[in-house]
Design a protein around this ligand. Sequence first.
Ligand code: FE2
Length: 384
Amino acid sequence: MTGRSRLDLYQVRCVRIGTGIIAQCAQDCADSGASRVLVVTSAPIAGLADGLCEALRGLSIEPHIWLGPDGEPTRKDVSDAIATAVTISADFVIGIGGGSALDVAKLVTALAGSPQTFDEVVGIDQLAGRRLPLACIPTTAGTGSEVTPISVIEDEEAQLKKGVVSRHLVPDFAYLDASLTVSKPRKVTASTGIDALTHCIEAYANKYSHPVVDNWALEGIRLIAANLEKACNEPGNLAAREAMLLASHLGGMCLGPVNTAAVHALAYPLGGEFHVPHGVANSLLLPHVLRFNAETVPQRYATIAHALGCPATGDDQADAQAGIAEIERMSAAVGIDRRLSDVGISSNALPGMAAAAITVQRLLKNNPREVTEQDALRIYEAAL
Ligand SMILES: [Fe+2]
């Protein structure tokens, strides 16, 4: 690991954790001087936003709900949400939902009334600033979007996901309320949980890993190892749900300063081209990328294995392989799709996917082992 000599941290001003803590959000809006709030959410969880809107009205704040798609948000969704914020003259934005809703909410706060267009801000540090305060309330434990400086949006024309990375996207308030996640189906709990695990693993075994971030990553891995299966098997287990939300948050904290690597880069074409949900795409590729990486940095992967609960044998390579086997066992136990063919991808699509993945240098540059287009193809073949 090369290690970074400095750690750029742009943190959420206020993180509130606890069952029922969402109730505090309306008061935080009022204390911030809000009078017209845009609530960005998606159809299946609109009911959750209703209670929040009632609380806002009780404090003389006018809420307006913008309902986004259930799946991954597109550029059109973002412009539509921005237009709504401008029309109602929103002075505060709340994102409530999975990573998709939060990613849209984040871009609305940066682009509503801004001369910058979405195309101008794609990439790293292109945003000129943020125009509205933002609160984020995750209802899945996975993306950690409530703490990250990142929004990922699908460019429907290019059939590619595009990332906006800027410190101006980090929310002001985040609420980790486990009661909002208990209704999530097992499949969503499983795949989003593996996404959070991937954030922690890719930040820890990263070319630019950082000792402070390492601790967050390892704690996230420990929490997921101890709670993912419990959260899937006992959906109403609030302690397991809260531990998963915390792990997701810790994973998100790793993304700003260090970020992910080849798993996420290779997952991009699965989302953009085949519309495979983000968490599922990552979980399909995770063990195969780790196998590719493990021989380069065995000590890092051995430490990950120990955080997953595998015993330390003194042989880093063996421990690293045991960790990968443990991830595969966990994925099977929570019923996640295991192969690219399970999500309808056939072998003739793989060369095109490898060509698309290799363009995601923003993340590939972080990978502990260099990934060529040929390597990417081999990894996809192993995952087929
Ligand atoms: Fe992710």
